[in-house]
Design a protein around this ligand. Structure first.
Ligand code: ZN
Length: 288
């Protein structure tokens, strides 16, 4: 307990024990996900699952303080695990080098006490939201754009979910737009996400959407009511889980493994990266 001695003075032994017993899933291990993983590992969350199919690139380093130049070309999920274990070897970390889709998302989050949304695409966020609402798993949303971000603890069927207030139009230009950001806003966003989890395990059911504007130093809390016509938490249509929405053709996409090497490999083809893992799964990453 020496490791947590200063933290125990704030949280107390009961909360620390709860943290040790927690099973948390971090979906996406880019800027937000790697920062979340670090915070969760330092806190002493007993089991962390990290899901990401991407690899570390030079252009990630300005906003991901968990990754270094030595990590370029390595799978993000594996680097997140290695770094988390270096920080705290008393916890368990498992990695899934895959993307979520309507077939795997429910089994990937099964048994989680909390799911952290560290994704960068609205389609996948709403898919994850569908799965968490369906299985009544608390979801902690974090979305970063430029020098702004928003954060919300989603308690399925108790407070507003993402589908209550976010609309997906399937518009490629909007969904696939590359948006710049800064590590400063990423770090504060991940910190608020983890604090919402810490508060929740201590009995605080926070219903606000937090809006952070670091440039103008604004921190707003917005009360969002549940939407009676929400397709996820009210009508239980779960359109994303049922594959009824158009998938975006950008970012990282699973492709058929024609190479059949069954080993980790990266191949560059024009503006595309082909990433294959030893589990036989291959992905195409399109640079735009
Ligand atoms: Zn809803």
């Amino acid at each position: 307990m020496e490791r947590y001695s200063r933290q125990l003075l704030v949280l107390g032994i009961e909360t620390q024990r709860k943290l040790k017993d927690l099973k948390v899933t971090v979906v996406g291990c880019g800027a937000l996900g790697s920062t979340l993983t670090e915070l969760l590992a330092r806190l002493g969350v007993g089991h962390i699952r990290v899901i990401d199919a991407d690899i570390v690139e030079l252009s990630n380093l300005h906003r991901t303080h968990l990754f270094t130049e030595k990590d370029i070309g390595k799978p993000k999920a594996i680097v997140c695990k290695e770094r988390a274990k270096e920080i705290n070897n008393e916890i368990e970390v498992d990695t899934i080098t895959d993307i979520i889709d309507e077939n795997n998302v429910e089994s990937l989050i099964e048994g989680s006490d909390y799911v952290f949304d560290a994704l960068d695409n609205l389609y996948f966020r709403l898919l994850l939201n569908d799965a968490c609402v369906k299985h009544s798993i608390p979801l902690i949303y974090g979305g970063v754009m430029s020098e702004y971000s928003s954060v919300k603890l989603i308690l399925p069927k108790k407070n507003a979910c993402l589908s209550c207030f976010l609309n997906y139009e399937g518009d490629e230009e909007n969904v696939c737009e590359t948006i710049g950001t800064l590590d400063t806003v990423v770090t504060i966003t991940a910190s608020i996400q983890v604090q919402l989890m810490l508060n929740h395990i201590r009995g605080i059911e926070d219903n606000y959407l937090y809006y952070i504007d670091v440039k103008n130093m604004r921190f707003d809390k917005i009360n969002i009511e549940r939407n009676e016509k929400c397709q996820a938490c009210s009508l239980h249509e779960f359109k994303f889980l049922h594959g009824k929405e158009q998938k975006p053709n950008c970012g990282i996409i699973r492709i058929d493994n024609k190479i059949l090497k069954n080993e980790f490999s990266i191949e560059k083809r024009n503006n595309e990266l082909i990433i294959c893992y030893s589990n036989g799964k291959c992905f195409k990453k399109v640079s735009r």
